[in-house]
Design a protein around this ligand. Sequence first.
Ligand SMILES: [Zn+2]
Length: 152
Amino acid sequence: MLKHKRLKLDIELVPSSSWGLNLRNLLMPKMWKKLREEVVAKYNNRCAVCGKGGKLHAHEVWNYDDKNHIQKLKDIITLCTMCHATKHIGLAGIQASEKGSSYENLIKHFMKVNNCSREVFEKHLKSAFQKFEERSHYEWQIDLTTYRNRLK
Ligand SMILES: [Zn+2]
């Protein structure tokens, strides 16, 4: 396992078996919009990871119970476009292969925010993909109890 400190910006790949099963898709658009506004206000219109302003995404943070295969919604945070794309670098990588340089920019962003080397990035990416492949073999039970009062 990696021995370095916890990364501020890490790569989170949602198992392919639970793609689409998220709060955003389960809420009425109006409810999601309201929730998004609350999250943005909570973080003072800044990215929760790097502190940058500008366009912000509401990002669902999941906790994975690899024994019981329960995927629990832990938190919703703001992310700037760069941090958001970096978190989902698997998907970004596919898009970047058409565009050329943007994948490199995400790696640079990761290294800057985490103040780490390229080697740390490569190791982290590899382990994120390993976890993703492993987790994609299972059907996940989605636990939204933290946000239960939002669901109608
Ligand atoms: Zn950011």
